[in-house]
Design a protein around this ligand. Structure first.
Ligand code: NAD
Ligand code: DAU
Length: 341
């Protein structure tokens, strides 16, 4: 199989490329990545060669996308602007990459009848109430996102991802593009950009900077190790039913304050050694995924079920790979400082 992976030099995309490289030796991969601030050739440098090629380019570049799509059997689409906080400062790159980019890829997939998998987010469904605000503490029906949940995005980032999902639906139904969609919860693991919550706090501690918690820290995210996400996407690509959406999650709900306390403790600090900063406008309260469909229909199960141990490996990775993040740290923190965060 010849596979195009868009955004394959970013966090989740590069972990997917590594996963396929290690587990499926018959697959050739062409990564299409613009190498924005979030993309890094170093993430896949050791894999480049006969089986993995990197094309530096924009998914909105129709002639380039047309040429690459004509040469592959399948496309897994990760490329996107991915950070909510950035989308609140300037939404325009989100419209470009997430909406026009997905449209450009769909047109080419349609022309060459390429199998297309669209990687999306649970944030398209908006947020859920906190468990303590639900009757019976949320153990009943309806307390998690399912494929039946209503699209209700909150931020420029999540609304452009919702728009991209809708494009995939339209192209699947009207043009018979052989597409699937997955909506996954918050990933953690190696190669995540240090603007994001977990790596920001780890690298803050490693830099002698006090960790920063938005608001009270009661907001809940449903954490999944990026390698479990990669296996889920591979499973959907190879076994999923065309036209279907699958939700990916590993029952990893944690509130931000608890995650930060775990990081502090694991790094030998006092659990209250953090600063509460300005909250994110429109901050989604809680995400939680019901992944029953993926588990029962396609047989996927997560392997990283111990969050504290996954977190420990992630802390070790950032500690051992300071050369990977150090050069960007000052600029990332300066940007946050300007926002009061
Ligand atoms: P990331 O920001 O780390 O990486 C995005 C990659 O896309 C970068 O390599 C960047 O250079 C590339 N890119 C951006 N715009 C491009 C363009 N116009 N043309 C070509 N390449 C471009 O993001 P991530 O966290 O790895 O997320 C990857 C995908 O997974 C996104 O679609 C995101 O919505 C989705 N997702 C992320 C999470 C998460 O927790 N991070 C969860 C669910 C879904
Ligand atoms: O749910 C999936 C989504 O998860 C993906 O679609 C996004 O691409 C990905 O970035 C992530 O979005 P979040 O906004 O949930 O992730 P982030 O790492 O930015 O923040 C996680 C939580 O931590 C969120 O509630 C905000 C909070 N936070 C974040 C930062 C950067 C803090 O408390 N302090 C911080 O410094």
């Amino acid at each position: 199989m010849k596979l195009m992976v868009t955004g394959g030099a970013g966090f989740i995309g590069s972990n997917f490329v590594r996963y396929v490289y290690n587990n499926h030796p018959d697959v050739q991969i062409v990564v299409l990545d613009k190498l924005t601030y979030a993309g890094n050739k170093a993430n896949i440098e050791d894999l480049l060669g006969d089986r993995v090629q990197l094309v530096v380019g924009d998914i909105c570049d129709a002639p380039l996308v047309d040429k690459l799509m004509s040469e592959v059997d399948a496309c897994v689409h990760y490329a996107a602007e991915s950070h909510n906080d950035n989308s609140l400062i300037d939404p325009s790159p989100f419209l470009h990459s997430n909406v026009v980019g997905t449209y450009t890829l769909l047109e080419a997939a349609r022309k060459y009848d390429v199998r297309f998998h669209h990687v999306s987010t649970d944030e398209v469904y908006g947020d859920l109430p906190l468990r303590e605000d639900l009757p019976g503490h949320g153990e009943g029906k309806g307390e998690k996102f399912t494929t039946e949940s209503r699209y209700n995005p909150s931020s420029p980032y999540s609304s452009t991802k919702a728009a991209s999902d809708m494009l995939v639906h339209g192209w699947t139904r009207s043009f018979k593009v052989r597409a699937t969609i997955s909506n996954c919860s918050n990933n953690y693991g190696p190669y995540q950009h240090i603007e994001k919550f977990i790596p920001r706090q780890i690298t803050n501690i490693l830099s002698g900077i006090t960790p920063k918690l938005y608001g009270t820290g009661k907001n809940v995210r449903d954490w999944i190790h990026t390698e479990d996400h990669s296996r889920a996407v591979w499973t959907i690509l190879t076994k999923g039913k065309i036209g279907e959406t699958y939700l990916i999650g590993a029952n990893g709900e944690q509130d931000n304050k608890t995650v930060l306390e775990m990081i502090l403790k694991q790094m030998g600090k006092s659990p209250d050694d953090y600063e509460q900063v300005k909250d994110r406008p429109g901050h989604d309260l809680r995400y939680a995924i019901d992944s029953t469909k993926l588990r029962t229909e396609l047989g996927w199960t997560p392997q990283f079920t111990d969050f504290e141990s996954g977190l420990k490996h992630t802390i070790d990775w950032y500690t051992e790979h300071e050369d990977w993040w150090r050069a960007e740290k000052d600029a990332v923190e300066a940007k946050y400082a300007k926002q009061g965060q």
